[in-house]
Write a protein of this length. Sequence first.
Length: 286
Amino acid sequence: MAKGRELKGRIKSVENTRKITRTMEMVATSKMKRAQERVTAARPFATVLTEVISSLYSRDLAERFPLLRQPATVRRAALLVLTSNRGLAGGFNSNLIKESRNVLARLQAKKVEVELHVVGRKGIGYFRYVGRAMETMRSDITDRPTGADAAGLVDGLMDRFAAGALDAVYVVSAKFKSALSTPPHTEQILPVTPPERKGPARDYLLFPSAEAILTELLPAYVRNFVYRALVENEAGFQGAQRTAMKNATDNATEILNVLRRNYNRARQANITQEISEIVGGAAALE
């Protein structure tokens, strides 16, 4: 019965693993729903903010705001890479790292000096492993990002861009489309490029002036973009982890079915052998 005992031990081990993956799946599902709510709540404000800036934007005003400065050539850029602090989420982090490597390669091919800012232990661990210098490293942002977190990440970059020390700032993050679709995405956030105005211009009564309003709204626009990137990245991570843990649970169930069949067959074979030995012994005594 040595084989039977071995199979029984493996069954117990797989059952324990399935309990863990099932629990992690349930936790990720709960967190994903809350993260989705934050994504949904952040989008209307971003839409209105974009519309207002687009309506107020003009070339005359653009010359007065450093965040709207369009450099003739990009010589020095910053790349902000958002990853997660934890793994067990399939290819979520590896896809983000691959996207950031592609962006770095494209910029460096254009002779652009790129400084790297990384959020999340997975990204920090990778770039340390490959020996890539990082300007800043942040692993203290929780699974509930705040506006203060976004400001802490981008305010220093805005100041340096306004001072002319940077010519562009890019963000690599996951774009949350659904629980099953969280592709990596790269967006240039500085200089601010207002989207094209759609439809007739709205007739705003401005108080104070458009210049004073843009002075406040442009930094808020950039911070809001980084905040949305943080919440969408977190929602994407929870969705990826939920999918990975569900797949692991389903695989464990399949393995258990196979092991239990093998265990039952081994047990039946052992019983049949014992019966045959008893019958053979009884026949020998007659």
